[in-house]
Design a protein around this ligand. Structure first.
Ligand SMILES: C[S@@+](CC[C@H](N)C(=O)[O-])C[C@H]1O[C@@H](n2cnc3c(N)ncnc32)[C@H](O)[C@@H]1O
Length: 212
C-alpha cells in the first residue's frame, strides 16, 4: 500500500492544470445540477468570518462564500491563473460582492499567503489540490494561515483523483496538524473531508509532529 511519501515521490510530472478558458464552463448554471454551493457551504461559513479559497477559478463557490460572510467578513482568493481571477472579479462586480473579496495571483510553488498567518477561519480547496505541483508546501502554508481550530474543506473530483491519492493528500495535511474530524460525506462524484487544525507537539528529538 502506498503512503503519503511514496505517492508524491514518483518522478516529477507537473500535474494537469485546468485551462483558464474552462473557467467559464465551470461557472455554468448547469453545474448546479451536480453541485450546489449553498448546500455544501452553508453549514460551514458564518457571517463575519475570514475565508481563504485556493484555486477559485471564476468563482462557482466564491459568490456563495461572499454572500455568507456578509459585510463584516472577507474572502481571500488565490489562483495561479490571472485569467481565472479576472473572470471571478467580473462575476463578483455584477453581483455587488467585489468589496468582500480580495484576489491574489500566486506562483505554482508559492501561494503567497504568509501575511495571513493565524487569521483564517476556514480554507476552501475544491477540485484544486491534485493540480498543484507541490501539495505539501501548499498545505503547510494553508495550515499556517488558519486560526487554532480553523477548518479546511477539501474536495477532490473522483474522476481525476483516485482514493489512494486522496488518502495521501490527507496524510500530508495531518503532518501539519489538519485532522479529519467529521464523518466523510460520500457522494458519487466527489471525495470530501472537513479537516480541523489542532495543536501539534513534537517528540523528544523535536522531529516528529504529534497531535496533542
Ligand atoms: C478545476 S479548477 C476548479 C475551480 C473551482 N474551485 C471550481 O470548483 O469551480 C482548478 C483551479 O485551481 C487553480 N490552480 C491550479 N494550480 C494552482 C496552484 N498551484 N495554486 C493556486 N491555484 C491553482 C486553477 O488555475 C483553477 O482555477
Amino acid at each position: 500500500m502506498q503512503n503519503a511519501t511514496s505517492h508524491f515521490s514518483k518522478p516529477h510530472h507537473p500535474p494537469h492544470r485546468c485551462p483558464w478558458w474552462i473557467g467559464w464552463a465551470l461557472v455554468s448554471p448547469l453545474r448546479r445540477l451536480r453541485e450546489k454551493p449553498e448546500v455544501l457551504l452553508a453549514p460551514l461559513i458564518q457571517p463575519g468570518q475570514r475565508i481563504l479559497e485556493i484555486g477559485p477559478g471564476m468563482g462557482f463557490f466564491t459568490t456563495t462564500l461572499a454572500e455568507r460572510v456578509g459585510d463584516q467578513g472577507r474572502v481571500v482568493c488565490v489562483d495561479v491563473q490571472p485569467q481565472m481571477l479576472s473572470g471571478l472579479r467580473k462575476r463578483l462586480r455584477r453581483r455587488g460582492l467585489d468589496a468582500r473579496v480580495e484576489t491574489r495571483v500566486c506562483t505554482a510553488t508559492d501561494l503567497g499567503i504568509a501575511d495571513l498567518s493565524g487569521s483564517i477561519d476556514v480554507a476552501i480547496l475544491i477540485h484544486v489540490l491534485h493540480e498543484m505541483a507541490d501539495p505539501r508546501s501548499a498545505l503547510k502554508s494553508i495550515a499556517s494561515a488558519l486560526k487554532p481550530r480553523g477548518r479546511v474543506l477539501l474536495i477532490e473530483p473522483r474522476g481525476h483523483v483516485k482514493s489512494e491519492q486522496f488518502e495521501a493528500e490527507l496524510a500530508i495535511a495531518g503532518e501539519f496538524g489538519l485532522v479529519d474530524t467529521h464523518p466523510p460525506v460520500e457522494t458519487p462524484n466527489r471525495l470530501t473531508r472537513l479537516l480541523t487544525m489542532v495543536a501539534l507537539s513534537t517528540d523528544d528529538a523535536g522531529t516528529t509532529p504529534r497531535v496533542k
